[in-house]
Design a protein around this ligand. Structure first.
Ligand code: PRT
Ligand code: ZN
Length: 220
């Protein structure tokens, strides 16, 4: 990371990458061609992109490896529940894309139809810290089964009685015979920053935020 240049962590590929690159393009940021798979340099702004998995973005920003990053609130909240350093990061700007909701869901007409029915049951999720915090707040004791993906198959495979997973259109739940009964977290992409790790590039962050705001306003 060179002094005076801002490093922005962006998902390498996926839903956040798509929206993130669109936003940067519409904000007038021109990226230089690069063979480097990890870093992309902007030509017309003192900005470098670091392309990583979305799950790694909160810790890269918290550690100061990147001054700022674009991440889903779901990933940020899960990481913040595990790390005080991540919990101390600031959301600088809400970005209005990659909207989704972390929901509790269970098989239609099964024994779990409400939060109270979760007592003593098993819940599959990729968000164990958020799920545990939610259950604790409601005084419910349940087993959390952590899964890296394909959480929606867990009830059918008898791995769990319910799931806590991201929903956008609801098509995945429907295709798997599941119905949502509770919202745990509403999420969208957000710009997070570590003000202590800006490396002399605070003005670039301000410029980026102003341009992002302009693009977001023009979309409404
Ligand atoms: O490789 P990497 O770890 O970077 O990518 P990833 O596979 O973890 O993430 P990716 O690209 O799938 O999602 C990145 C972020 O996009 C998430 O962390 C959310 O902030 C946001 N997002 C928005 C979503 C969805 N919508 C979404 N629908 N992330 C995942 N889903 C999945 C969900 O898990 C479920 O399997 O889509 C399915 C449900 O979609 P519907 O439309 O059928 O309801
Ligand atoms: Zn991920």
């Amino acid at each position: 990371m060179s002094a005076g240049r801002l490093t922005l962590a962006v998902q390498k590929s996926g839903r956040l990458a798509e929206g993130g690159f669109d936003l940067l393009k519409q904000s007038g940021v021109k990226l230089a061609y690069a063979r480097d798979a990890l870093m992309r340099r902007a030509e017309n702004v003192p900005l470098d992109l670091m392309l990583i998995r979305d799950d790694d973005i909160p810790s890269f920003v918290a550690s100061g490896a990147c001054g700022c990053g674009i991440v889903g609130e779901n990933v940020l909240a899960e990481a913040a529940a595990r790390s005080a350093r991540v919990a101390g990061l600031q959301i600088v700007q809400r970005l209005g894309f990659a909207r989704c909701t972390l929901k509790l869901a269970a098989p239609l007409e099964g024994p779990v139809q409400s939060v109270a029915d979760l007592e003593g049951r098993a819940i599959a999720t990729s968000y164990p810290a958020l799920t545990a915090a939610y259950l604790k707040e409601r005084g419910i004791t349940a087993e959390i089964v952590e899964m890296g993906g394909s959480v929606e198959v867990a009830p059918r495979m008898k791995i769990a009685d319910a799931i806590c997973d991201l929903v956008s259109t609801g098509a995945t739940l429907e295709a798997n015979g599941l119905a949502a009964f509770e919202t745990v977290l509403e999420s969208e992409a957000v710009l997070i920053a570590n003000r202590e790790a800006l490396n002399g590039a605070a003005a670039t962050l301000d410029l980026l935020v102003e341009r992002f705001k302009g693009v977001i306003a023009s979309r409404q």
